[in-house]
Structures are given as C-alpha cells and as structure tokens.
Ligand binder design. Structure first.
Ligand SMILES: Nc1ncnc2c1ncn2[C@@H]1O[C@H](COP(=O)(O)OP(=O)(O)OP(=O)(O)O)[C@@H](O)[C@H]1O
Ligand SMILES: C[C@@](O)(CCO)CC(=O)[O-]
Length: 560
C-alpha cells in the first residue's frame, strides 16, 4: 500500500518529479495527457517494503559482507527481489492474494474502493448486425455478432492530495474531450442527489441522477466549447460513474479501435466497457481465473454490466432496443427479440469486409425517423418489420444448421455439381469449428486449403447472402440507406458478393460477406478505395466484455 506518509516523503525529498516517475506515468496515461502528467507525477508507486529494501541494500551489504551470515543475507536479498518482481499482478503493498478467483476478494483495501496506482481496465467489442436493425426497436428479431475490434477503458485512483478530496478526470481521445473536476465541486453540485450511499446492484439508477447529469453536461458543453456529439458519451459516463461509484476520485481514459458513429456499435462498446470497469472498481464483479491478462466476467456479473450499459445507451440513443449492448456484453452471435437473448451456439468466425462510407450520421435521429415513418404508414411499415422478422428467423435456422441450409438450397436451386460443391465449401467455411478465421484474400496464406474453383457468373447466392440482400432492400424501404451505401452494394455485386448496411445506416459502415472461393478481394478493396471508401477485414463471433486488473507499473494488456 502507498501510505500518505510515504507519499509525502517522496514529494518533499527534493528530486525532480518528472525524472522519477516519468516512465510509469507514460504507461499509466495517454502519453499526450498533459493534465494527467501534471497532477499524476511525484508519487512513488513502489510499495514501502520494496522501496525501503532497495534504499538499504548498500548499507546492508557493507555490514554483512565480511560476516559469516553473508551467504544467508545474500539469499534473503535475492529472494526479496524475486518476490518484488513477481508482485505487481497480485497488487501492490497491502493487497493479499486470495485463493478465490473472485476479484473483490483479491483486494484488501482500507480505502473506499481501490488504491492509488492500481488500474482496472475493461474492453468491449463492437458489433455487426447481420439482420434486423431498426425493426428490432419495434419488437422484431435481430441477429448480431461481436466484432474483433474493441473499446478499452482504463481507470485508476489518482494520487491522494493532502487536504482535498481529489478529482475526477475523463479523457476521451476519440472525441478530443478532456475534462477534469474537483470531487469537492461535484459533491456540491450534486448534493441534492445524496450520492454518498450508491448501490450498483440496484436496477438502473435513478431518473433524478440522469436529469441532473444532463443539465450539468449541457452547462459544461457551453463552458468548454464541447462538440454536440461528445455530450452523449460524457453524459453516459458521468451517469454511470455517479450511479456505480458515487463520488470517488478517479482518472479514466477511453480509447477505441471502432470508428465512432459508424454503425459498429461504438456507443454500446463504450457503455459496456465503462460499466464493467466501474463495477470492477466497486468490487461487484466475479472474474474467472486463468493466466490470461483479460479475464471473463462470471456468474451474474454480465447481466449487471448489461443492465448498466443499457442505461448508458438510453442516454446516447434515446430509444435503443438493447441489441448492441447485449452482443457487446455477451459476445458471440446472438438472436435478440424484445429483450430475449438466444445465443447462436455455432462457433462462428465469419470473414467479412467492412467498408466505411465515412458519411457521418446519428443513430438517435435515424431511429426517430424510422419511428415517424411507422406512424405515417402503420400498415406498410408493420409489413416491412414482419418481413425483417421472418428474415431473422431464417438466418438463425441457417446459422444453426448450415448443412440443412445447403441441402435445402440444392433441392430448390438444383445447381450443377460444380455449383453444389461451391455452396458446400462456402457453408463449411463459415463454420469452421477450430475457430479459424476464414481465408478472405488470395494473399492470406491458409496453405492447407486447396485453391477454390473459379465461380461461374452470374453465381447463385447462398441462402445467407440472399437473406442479407433482402434485408438491405427492406432497410431502403425504411429510409435508412444512403447513396454511398448503395454505391458500395453495387461495387461488391460486381464481384458477385452481397453487402448490407449495419447498425443505424444513413452512412456509416457496410459489410460484405466474403466467400472462400478465390474472389479477388484485393481488387475489390482497391475499387472501393478508389471510390473514396475505407475498407478493413474483420471476424465476427468473438468474446464479449472482459476485464483486466493490474498494478500500474506493468504495461497494458494491449501493449504486450
Ligand atoms: N470511444 C468513445 N468515446 C466516447 N464516446 C463515445 C465513444 N464511442 C462512442 N461514443 C458515444 O457514442 C456516440 C455514437 O453513437 P452512435 O450510436 O451514433 O454510433 P454507433 O454506436 O457507432 O453506431 P450504431 O448505433 O449504429 O451501431 C458518440 O457521439 C459518443 O457520444
Ligand atoms: C438502429 C438500431 O436497431 C441498431 C443500431 O446499431 C438501434 C437499436 O437497436 O437500438
């Protein structure tokens, strides 16, 4: 543990702060985080025991060098150094290792939740909606898969400052937002909410907190000249922080591999990772054991994370269905309907090309626009939603039994032998049980796969491709497609591939199902890039939210 007296000693010993702790601070914070460096330096993160031992080593050596206890002293010193090196993952200073894998039980703290220098991280994936977006808000089913791209939250307790109550700092590099408030100021502002006794296990937080946070962020936005888009993220963060941790001093940095506001569920990944990190800090989650730096949340913890993340999503989206936070939380592939979640148990790692139109749009507005269209044309839109629901059901069937799907396709379309082989190979490639990502480009070297025969054109669509195309047509009916999306669909259909928008539409990202049949993906990418779009390949169906807990002196799981 880092005791206050120890901190004071290090602060007043006359050495320049920056030289002493720079490297640790760089691991701790975003390197450009000048605010954080300014306030975060000067406190040694070494535990008292190790620190003292290191200072005393030379004296110890002089005293015992010629004595008959030299060998024993040397042995003790080496053992001490090894113990110190082995310690960070078990926590610094006062932390006790417990045989229980339960995170909360690992940490023995006399402070409210975590000690200075400890770091909690959480990462949550983005998502792709295979079918059913928008209609799902109106009660029909959607099928969504977790992406292998993540948002990562890193939180820590800032160094104690004698005589004040510390601060809350929030750095959102993706939105170019950096905010900092004294806890004393927040306590005064939010005094009417009596936040001294928060209960993260309660359901959903209070509307009062939401309202007051909304007003607070509006004032802050004007004061700090913040962009409108940023306010949703800041508001959701503050609501979750106040509801889960109360008013504890905290530093938080959120980085992301997901484009923000592009249909890949960046807001859900943000809310899920923030909720998981705060609940871990509040010692309300049980984590799986294991050697991995990222640990699974076990027991009912995921439900708790999902519940809070949904509350955050409501702040950003207005009226979310809950599908995005659900898939980001639980991972894999899920069928979601009216809050009912069914995991599609096939270990699916589906290769796809994601193309970003770079046209910005806003989920909240698009969801509202579809709602208004449904009010204007209730019967027609009800039929559209019903058709989407049927598509989702069929996609589930397909995903659960791709073999049956191929057989059905064979009997319906009765292609010749060569075509049938291609269909079989395609279905098999989507469901490789060994977790391999399908080979999506000529240059990706899965050497054991024989070269696929060149497809004849025009080629039969597989059942999944057909369903995905139909859904894209229905999204057009809902008014959420965009000329840039249509252009991408046209380019990819030139390669006999099938594409669909994902998420709210109106711009954002489009996914293209890839085949393991020798289609020239490089050429396709080149054409899309020439048209001004960004492309990247991704895999679907991976893990949901995970947590990493560590002492600050080790690099982040992302950095190793
Ligand atoms: N890394 C992040 N840091 C801070 N805020 C974020 C981050 N990612 C998303 N947000 C918040 O979420 C908003 C974007 O949410 P929006 O729902 O419009 O897009 P999306 O979730 O990427 O797309 P979709 O809902 O269609 O999948 C941002 O304006 C911001 O308020
Ligand atoms: C457009 C929508 O259906 C998906 C956004 O990713 C909204 C929602 O379900 O909350």
């Amino acid at each position: 543990m880092i005791r206050k007296s120890h901190c004071e000693r290090r602060w007043s010993d006359g050495l320049p702060r920056s030289t002493r702790t720079k490297s640790r601070d760089e691991l701790f914070f975003h390197p450009t985080d000048s605010t954080a460096t300014e306030v975060g330096t000067g406190v040694s993160l070494l535990p008292t025991g190790i620190d003292a031992a290191l200072f005393r080593l030379p004296i110890l050596f002089r005293r015992v060098y010629s004595s008959r206890f030299f060998a024993v002293a040397l042995w003790v010193t080496i053992a001490g150094v090894f113990a110190a090196l082995n310690r960070p993952y078990r926590g610094l200073g006062r932390h006790r290792m417990n045989s229980s894998p339960r995170m909360g039980m690992d940490i023995d703290i006399d402070q409210s939740w975590m000690e200075t220098g400890q770091v909690v991280e959480a990462r949550a994936p983005g998502k792709v909606i295979i079918c059913g977006e928008h209609a799902v808000v109106h009660g029909t089913g959607a099928v969504a898969a977790a992406l292998n791209r993540f948002t990562v939250v890193r939180i820590n307790r800032p160094p104690d400052h004698i005589g004040d109550e510390g601060y809350l700092s929030l750095h959102l590099p993706e939105l170019e937002v950096r905010l900092k408030w004294a806890v004393a100021f927040l306590k005064e502002y939010f005094a009417p909410l009596s936040l001294s006794e928060v209960n993260p296990l309660s359901t959903g937080g209070s509307e009062e907190v939401k309202k007051m946070v909304g007003e607070f962020v509006e004032i802050q936005m004007i004061d700090k000249g913040m962009d409108k888009g940023a306010s949703g993220g800041v508001e959701a963060f503050l609501f979750l922080y106040l509801s889960i941790l109360g008013l504890q001093p905290l530093e938080a940095v959120v980085t992301s591999e997901l484009p923000v506001g592009a249909g890949l569920g960046s807001s859900a990944a943000f809310c899920v990772s923030v909720s998981a990190a705060l609940l871990t800090a509040a010692r309300k989650l049980e984590l799986g054991s294991g050697e991995s730096l990222w640990r699974d949340i076990i027991g009912t913890g995921l439900d708790l994370v999902n519940m809070w993340a949904f509350e955050g999503e409501k702040i950003i989206h207005g009226k979310p269905s809950g599908v995005d936070n659900t898939v980001s939380c639980y991972g894999h592939v899920v069928h979601f309907k009216k809050g009912q979640i069914t995991r599609i148990t096939h270990p699916l790692e589906l290769g796809m090309l994601l193309t970003n139109t770079k046209v910005s749009r806003n989920t909240k507005k698009l969801v509202a626009a579809v709602g208004e269209r449904a009010l204007r044309h209730p019967e027609a839109m009800a039929a559209v939603f019903k058709a989407v629901d049927a598509i989702s059901e069929e996609v589930v069937q397909y995903l659960q039994s791709p073999d049956e799907a191929v057989t059905a396709l064979e009997s319906q379309l009765s292609p010749n032998g060569e075509e049938r082989d291609l269909q079989r190979k395609y279905a098999a490639s989507l469901f490789m049980s060994d977790g391999m990502i399908i080979n999506t480009s000529k240059t990706d070297g899965n050497k054991s796969t024989p070269p696929a025969p060149k497809p004849r054109r025009p080629r039969q669509l597989t059942r999944l491709e057909e369903l995905v195309s139909m859904n894209q047509g229905l999204l057009q009916c809902m008014g959420v497609s965009h000329p840039s999306i249509e252009q991408i669909c046209q380019i990819t259909s030139g390669f006999s591939l099938c594409s669909k928008l994902t998420g709210a539409g109106g711009g954002g990202c489009v996914f293209t199902l890839l085949r393991n049949d020798g289609t020239d993906i490089l050429k396709l990418r080149h054409q899309l890039q020439l048209a001004g779009f960004d492309c990247f390949q991704a895999a679907m169906g991976g893990k949901g939210v995970q947590v990493g807990y560590r002492a600050s002196i080790l690099p982040s799981p992302l950095e190793v």
